[in-house]
Design a protein around this ligand. Structure first.
Ligand code: SF4
Length: 416
């Protein structure tokens, strides 16, 4: 459970993004405080309309970085000038709006509490399928609140999915601390079967599967990849947080998976799917991480080249075993996090650049900045259509597009 402070600047669209960040953090069990000094994490949702605004954003970021233990910067300036903050000597995680919840949670899984119910937010239906996990990560505080996995029956989750779809959800987001271990407590690994049954529900909708740790996915990777390949309703997207490229660090994190197992999950999906999005997370500066361990993380990131990457600078959570370990100094963590973030930007920008000139079908998912809308293609790439109102395009629409230009973390497209 994290106390966070959120500041938003700019237009109403930016405020809308902040509301979504708030909703995601609320659903993950975190709560908002007013004063940055009372927060473990400060979030700055930036605007970059004019130069004086940029100067103001940089000044505000510098103040928040001093007042809070951790700073996450998102919004327009984070997307368009991500390097300006590091250039101004500001220590922060700079990321897209949808990456903020992962950045805030310090590499831990989202916290799904018993009172979290399915939620319909516009055209997006959020379906928590289970609560708890099968791991005991040494840096995690979430586990204390959630405990071991408790999996409701498949029929119950399918009924909830059906209700969301009938209520108008065109994108169903399946969530949980660790979706890959759904059913482990019942003696049957059930994620693949659940996904097949949800995809069999009548209706025009897409399904995104939330965070699944490598250990859980590894044992069902073939079956899971087959279900993805067979069901067009499933976004070809998997969020498998590896956290480190070093087996020694993974052992100290008590992640219960090896780098080889993570690679095998990636290879299995590569073989089964023509185009898919691998999302993964890296923690920079875990207490026992050596220079060589860090190098292995950089090399792994380059090798698997994920389309979506969350980089989190390690920070101690009270009461966890990792908090008792002798930590690395702030400058070391900062430098490693900066290097991983810079490699991440290079990789993700190149992946989006590869899409320019391609034709694809997208689902319009939600309003974007100004008069734009955010869309997703089959592989869950983030694509933006501008001047949406003029063209009568709104969330829930499905349209063919051409990708016309790219930015570091998304691409623009035009209806074709
Ligand atoms: S898998 Fe690890 S990080 Fe995630 S909730 Fe369980 S113990 Fe925490």
């Amino acid at each position: 459970m994290v106390r966070y402070h959120l500041e938003t600047y700019g237009c109403t669209a930016n405020r809308g993004e902040s509301r979504q960040i708030e909703a995601a953090l609320r659903d993950a069990g975190h709560y908002r405080v007013t004063a940055p000094s009372a927060a473990e994490v400060a979030i700055l949702n930036t605007c970059t309309v004019i130069e004086t605004t940029e100067d103001r954003m940089l000044r505000r970021a510098a103040t928040l970085a001093e007042e809070s233990a951790q700073l996450v910067i998102t919004g327009c300036m984070a997307l368009t000038q991500p390097d300006d903050f590091a250039g101004a000597g500001i220590e922060a995680t700079v990321c897209g709006w949808d990456e903020v919840p992962a950045a805030v949670t310090n590499g831990e899984c989202p916290e799904v509490t018993p009172d979290v119910q399915p939620v319909l937010d516009g055209a997006i239906g959020i379906l928590p399928i289970a609560r708890g996990c099968m791991s005991d990560c040494s840096y995690c505080i979430t586990k204390r609140a959630t405990g071991k996995i408790e999996s409701p029956p498949i029929e119950e989750n399918v009924a909830r999915a059906r209700a969301l779809i009938h209520a108008g959800a065109t994108e169903l987001r399946i969530t949980g601390q660790d979706t890959g271990v759904y059913g482990w407590d019942t003696g049957e690994r059930k994620l693949a079967r659940l996904l097949s049954e949800i995809c069999a529900i009548d209706g025009d909708f897409r399904v995104r599967v939330g965070m699944a740790n490598p250990k859980g996915v590894h044992g069902i990777r073939e079956e899971l990849a087959s279900v993805f390949a067979a069901n067009e309703k499933l976004y070809a997207f998997l969020h498998v947080p590896v956290q480190s490229g070093s087996n020694d660090v993974l052992a100290d994190m008590r992640r219960q998976h090896t780098v080889r197992e993570f690679r095998e999950v990636v290879e299995t999906f590569d073989a089964a799917l023509e185009e898919w999005t691998l999302a993964t997370d890296f923690i920079a500066g875990f207490p026992s991480e050596t220079d060589d361990d860090h190098r292995l993380s950089v090399e792994l990131m380059r090798e698997v080249s994920p389309q979506k990457i969350n980089v989190t600078r390690f920070s101690k959570r009270p009461g966890t075993d990792a908090a008792d370990m002798e930590g690395l100094g702030g400058p070391v963590k900062k430098e490693r996090s900066r290097e991983l973030s810079s490699v991440k930007r290079e990789i993700v920008a190149a992946r989006y650049e590869e899409l320019v000139g391609t034709e694809r079908e997208v689902l319009v998912v939600e309003p974007g900045t100004g008069d734009s809308v955010k869309c997703r293609d089959d592989a869950y790439h983030q694509l933006i259509i501008r001047e949406a109102a003029e063209r009568d395009i709104e969330p829930g629409d499905r349209i063919p597009v051409s990708v016309t230009a790219s930015e570091p973390m998304y691409a623009f497209c035009e209806p074709s």
